[in-house]
Design a binder for this molecule. Structure first.
Ligand code: TRP
Length: 339
């Protein structure tokens, strides 16, 4: 076997995953997994989730199994990809500790994604240290597996930049070649971010504008019917707008029959096509995607012992790999006193 490239990615378990996650990363991960070209690691980042949820561990605990169910039901296959839990890999915490000495506080404060999150979360002066430093812990996640490729959303680029800096500083400082610089793999332009049901630029749990992979058919239908279209399109006969019309944005992404979508667009712009019609069609399109995912999810849900055993085995394997890297890192620094 040729040396496969190593791929590492993951999510914070702070809730269920939605179709924005599906389009932005999950679908891509399944495709990458199925190429057979990579050794894939997919991490549930419970420690990172705790950095701004220290007082609500139950939320993380409950979300962890939901995320695992979401992974399995979209087709991440434990035979092809290693799913594991961050907190079960002690080496990650030790690497974080060692990397902390290589990163300045001002550098952390400049990380644009962390900056945005800090203002969104209204921390004020009370930013948890763990939160500010989570990019260092993320560098530990990535380097522990010597990952070459990190498939993530666009907002994660600053984490990769910081990881590469840490890798270079580490290797220079300790004259080592242990750590590997990772590359990000980002969604194609225009496909990274799905707008919310309400027309907000981003689908997210906190904005309450998401369709979850686990939503049942009724919930899906209700949500689709509530979607933002064109506020000026009042009567069926009125000409409607496509731009900013969430129904058409979703149809562009999810519908296979592009020709039909183009016909609908023409008709809508011309006037004579009602919102209920396009929404019903979108509902069918989404149901076609989500039905099999939901069915699989329900099956796995009946068998949580199996799901936990997947996570346990994945974590055991991940532990071996990360411990080996930690050993090399300790040796590079000279933290090996006893024979
Ligand atoms: N920061 C990612 C998120 O917000 C989760 C994450 C933690 C991650 N460690 C990672 C992603 C390592 C890729 C690689 O969901």
């Amino acid at each position: 076997m040729m040396n496969k490239k190593i791929l590492l990615t993951g999510d914070r378990p702070t809730g269920k995953l939605h179709i924005g996650h599906y389009i932005g990363s999950l679908k891509n991960r399944v495709e990458l997994q199925n190429t057979g070209k990579y050794e894939s690691y997919i991490m549930i980042a419970d420690l990172q989730a705790l950095t701004d949820n220290a007082h609500d561990p139950e939320k993380i605990n409950n979300s962890l199994i939901e995320v695992a169910l979401d992974y399995l039901s979209v087709g991440i296959d434990p035979k092809k990809a290693n799913i594991f839990i961050q907190s079960q890999i002690p080496a990650l915490s030790e690497l974080t500790m060692l990397y902390m000495n290589l990163v300045t506080l001002s550098r952390l404060k400049r990380n644009p994604t962390v900056k945005t999150e800090i203002s969104q979360k209204n921390f004020g002066e009370s930013i948890p240290t763990g939160f500010l430093t989570y990019p260092i812990s993320q560098a530990a996640d990535i380097t522990a597996f010597k990952a070459n490729i990190v498939p993530v959303g666009d907002d994660q680029e600053p984490m990769l930049e910081q990881t590469r800096e840490i890798v270079r500083t580490f290797n220079n400082t300790y004259g080592s070649k242990v750590l590997v610089e990772p590359e990000g793999m980002f969604p194609p332009k225009g496909q990274g971010r799905l707008p919310g049901l309400d027309g907000n630029a981003k689908m997210s749990k906190s904005l309450n504008n998401a369709i979850y992979l686990s939503d049942d058919a009724d919930t899906l239908h209700k949500k689709v019917m509530s979607m933002y279209t064109d506020p000026k399109h009042i009567k069926v006969s009125d000409p409607g707008h496509i731009e900013g019309n969430v129904v058409f944005t979703y149809l562009d992404i999810f519908a296979e029959d592009k020709e039909y979508v183009n016909k609908l667009k023409e008709q809508y712009q011309h006037g004579g096509l009602g919102d209920v019609k396009i929404k019903n069609y979108l509902n069918d399109v989404l149901e076609y995607v989500l039905h099999p995912i939901r069915e699989k999810r329900n099956e796995y849900k009946q068998n949580l012992d199996y799901v936990y055993s997947v996570l346990q085995q994945g974590s055991e394997k991940a532990n071996q790999v990360a411990s080996q890297t930690l050993k090399e890192v300790r040796n590079a620094i000279g933290l090996n006193y006893f024979k």
